[in-house]
Design a protein around this ligand. Sequence first.
Ligand SMILES: *[C@@H]1O[C@H](CO)[C@@H](O)[C@H](O)[C@H]1NC(C)=O
Ligand SMILES: *[C@@H]1O[C@H](CO)[C@@H](O)[C@H](O)[C@H]1NC(C)=O
Ligand SMILES: *[C@@H]1O[C@H](CO)[C@@H](O)[C@H](O)[C@H]1NC(C)=O
Ligand SMILES: *[C@@H]1O[C@H](CO)[C@@H](O)[C@H](O)[C@H]1NC(C)=O
Ligand SMILES: *[C@@H]1O[C@H](CO)[C@@H](O)[C@H](O)[C@H]1NC(C)=O
Length: 235
Amino acid sequence: MIFNPLVALVLAVLPAHIFAQDIVYDSIHNKTVITGTWATGSKAVQTGSGFAIPSNASFIYPSVTGMSFSFADNMWFEVARYRFNSNATNPGCITGVVGWFHGTYDLVANGSIILTPNGDGYQQIQDPCAATSNFVENYNDTELYQSWRIFEDTTDGFKLHLFEFDGSPLPPMFQVSTTPQMLPTEKLRDTTESTTTSSRKRSLLRRSTNAGVSSTVCLALTVGASAMSLLALVL
Ligand SMILES: *[C@@H]1O[C@H](CO)[C@@H](O)[C@H](O)[C@H]1NC(C)=O
Ligand SMILES: *[C@@H]1O[C@H](CO)[C@@H](O)[C@H](O)[C@H]1NC(C)=O
Ligand SMILES: *[C@@H]1O[C@H](CO)[C@@H](O)[C@H](O)[C@H]1NC(C)=O
Ligand SMILES: *[C@@H]1O[C@H](CO)[C@@H](O)[C@H](O)[C@H]1NC(C)=O
Ligand SMILES: *[C@@H]1O[C@H](CO)[C@@H](O)[C@H](O)[C@H]1NC(C)=O
């Protein structure tokens, strides 16, 4: 690839959308700002002091399943989740997963959100059919949300929609507060000691999001490089 100051100059004056499809964050895309705390349905699961106790990698179990995301102005996020995964081959083996992690987020110009974990996240797996039925393990996956929208519902107020790395929608989350309720935005747990008691069951967890992010970043870089080479030819 030829890269000279002239090309740099041309690149600088070209609008950014020639290289990437930028999202316009207007009130049609998001009726309000994403900062604050959001929670699904009953709002029984919420980020902050009522859910996770990182110092001893434990949880205050909510009464029902759900998820909650918080986003702060200083670009920190926190996620709290409690869900059941059913097993099609073995309907009796419903796995409960309760998880917490925090870190920093990016609102990418193309409309995606990337959550980069801080390294102190963890999750507890309850699997009635496994040899070790209840264990805690570290959770430090980078998560990509392909897009997001915020609508205003006449009865429920502001509603955040997140779409997963593959485009599938998460259940809508409603605004709990405009100021994020989060645990301190710093490392809250020493992860040098492993909290895991079973290695066999770990393979059940999907680990694809990390790989997904890095491969698409590579693709984006390649596309960017080709655009620059083309420009060099034109000049
Ligand atoms: C939509 O989100 C963007 C990016 O965070 C923000 O700058 C903008 O103010 C939001 N729009 C509204 C209507 O709040
Ligand atoms: C973790 O710490 C909290 C608060 O200090 C305590 O109430 C809880 O029993 C502890 N849990 C475990 C599993 O040690
Ligand atoms: C479902 O249950 C079967 C049999 O116990 C097990 O082999 C399989 O790994 C389970 N699948 C998931 C996704 O948990
Ligand atoms: C957690 O993931 C982040 C982002 O990939 C990485 O920078 C960090 O080193 C990881 N921390 C641990 C403890 O694995
Ligand atoms: C936005 O860019 C990131 C890389 O920065 C990429 O992983 C993601 O797939 C892109 N999103 C869309 C909707 O193209």
